[in-house]
Write a protein that binds this ligand. Structure first.
Ligand code: FES
Length: 107
């Protein structure tokens, strides 16, 4: 167990090129595997609140399923789309085949 982090999944549960959401402290967090490196973002698109985990992951680009805003999975930065805000990103660690995420601050 890593201090200040919570375990969210085994690395084997999310192959490269896949993403899915987990719930940490009642908040949806998107975990993405980009070429073997794990990243975590808010799963809630800042435009109209769509779940980004229901969109597409292409390389490091997460595309929102609703109006197709694109974010960088590595940083949460907006790349393009009808929204001006980035999505929050969270620290990730991998240790002993387990993915750990630093929980988002309370809403
Ligand atoms: Fe994501 Fe509109 S809800 S781009």
């Amino acid at each position: 167990m890593l201090d200040g982090f919570v375990s969210v999944m085994a690395t084997s549960e999310l192959p490269p090129g896949d993403m899915k959401f987990v719930v940490i402290n009642r908040q949806r967090v998107l975990v993405a595997n980009v070429g073997g490196v794990f990243y975590a973002l808010s799963d809630i698109c800042g435009h109209a609140g769509a779940p980004l985990s229901a969109g597409n992951l292409t390389g490091y680009v997460v595309e929102c399923p609703l109006h197709y805003a694109c974010f960088d999975a590595r940083t949460g930065k907006l790349i393009t789309g009808p929204v001006s805000a980035d999505v929050p990103s969270y620290e990730v660690r991998v240790e002993a085949d387990t993915v750990y995420v630093k929980p988002p601050p309370p809403p």
